[in-house]
Write a protein that binds this ligand. Structure first.
Ligand code: AMP
Ligand code: GLY
Length: 327
């Protein structure tokens, strides 16, 4: 079979590399791809608009399309493929709102009683400043829309708060600052059932010793000791399952969790595989990924399993000087 991987980052390279090892796969296409992906398959140009991606899948005869980044998912690429009767792995546009809007997501957590940081949503500078006063410092400000991991600022004083509101805009989530270790808990879902992957931990702050600012991710590792089995069960039952059931979620669902003294709290859902979490995960995977991706895309993961190496794995990101600012 032929598999099309959408995206051009390290995550997509890791996925394409693992997919290319499947005996079921005769060819991997990447759109637009990168030099790493070109070593495991063929790169094809990406049309300017994600609504045209399905035409590329048709042209190359892709039997399955796997979407790496959130932007096409939030734009509704899965709905386009489904309307054309082409297999694709990812959530429908409505479910992708869990990542596309922080305000929508926080209201969703509230509705399904998913443990999360205390918050208010605001739509003006005045209300944002009022909310900051209410929480005190440090406090966390989150821009409503997609921001490639750079729309969240932890502010420690009034001038920082004013500057952050200036750059993030008026539509914000203002929330309680949580303390703890973070974990990325990623599952593969078929609309009803979920297959959990091993836990990972990523590192978002750019400098040594977590000396901010936040990036899209400076590295990640995977190790079975990141979550206890009780913590993993809690995340599954209180966070992942309510979201999958409420939205009929298909694809990779990623819970970004803070392990606080009061138990795990959900920071965010991402509606895709993590980057750089995919890199250490794909290295630990021992079994064939493709049948499981196909089963999820077809809506039946019943009985599906994945086999993982017990050994930990790590990914380190090299970034240009200046990142996450201009570089
Ligand atoms: P998010 O995109 O919501 O996951 O936020 C990005 C990063 O900001 C997280 O991975 C955390 O490191 C940090 N962060 C987000 N929300 C909070 C919070 N309520 N308390 C402390 N840190 C947070
Ligand atoms: N590693 C963070 C993310 O994928 O959003």
């Amino acid at each position: 079979m032929k598999v099309l991987v959408i995206g051009s980052g390290g995550r997509e390279h890791a996925l394409a590399w693992r997919i290319s090892k499947s005996p079921l796969v005769e060819r991997v296409y990447s759109m637009p791809g990168n030099p790493g992906m070109a070593q495991v398959g063929e790169s094809v140009a990406a049309p300017p608009d994600s609504s045209l991606y399905v035409q590329v899948a048709e042209r190359v005869g892709a039997d399955l399309t796997v979407v790496g980044p959130e932007i096409p998912l939030v734009a509704g690429v899965v709905d386009e493929f489904q309307a054309a009767g082409r297999a694709i792995l990812g959530p429908a546009r409505v479910a992708a709102q869990l990542e596309g809007s922080k305000i929508y997501a926080k209201k969703f957590f509230q509705q399904y009683r998913i443990p999360t940081a205390e918050f208010v949503t605001v739509e003006s500078r005045g209300d944002a400043l009022k909310a900051v006063r209410r929480f005190g410092f440090p406090v966390v400000l989150k821009a409503d829309g997609l921001a490639a991991g750079k729309g969240v600022v932890v502010v420690r004083n009034q001038p920082e708060a004013e500057r952050a509101i200036e750059t993030l805009g008026d539509r914000l989530v203002v929330e309680e600052f949580l303390v703890g270790e973070e974990a990325s808990f990623i599952v593969l879902a078929d609309g009803r059932n979920v297959l959990p992957l091993p836990a990972t931990q990523d590192h978002k702050a750019v400098f040594e010793g977590d000396q901010g600012p936040n990036t899209g991710g400076m590295g990640a590792y995977s190790d079975d000791r990141i979550l206890t089995s009780e913590q993993a069960a809690f995340v599954l039952e209180r966070m992942i399952e309510p979201a999958v059931n409420a939205t009929g979620f298909t694809g990779f669902l990623y819970a970004g969790v803070m392990l606080t003294q009061a138990g795990p709290k959900l920071l965010e859902f991402n509606v895709r595989m993590g980057d750089p979490e995919a890199q250490p995960l794909m290295h630990r995977l021992k079994s064939d990924l493709v049948p499981v991706l196909l089963a999820a895309a077809r809506g039946d993961l019943t009985g599906a399993t994945l086999e993982w190496s017990p050994r930990p794995s790590v990914c380190v990101v090299l970034a240009s000087g200046g990142y996450p600012g201009p570089y």
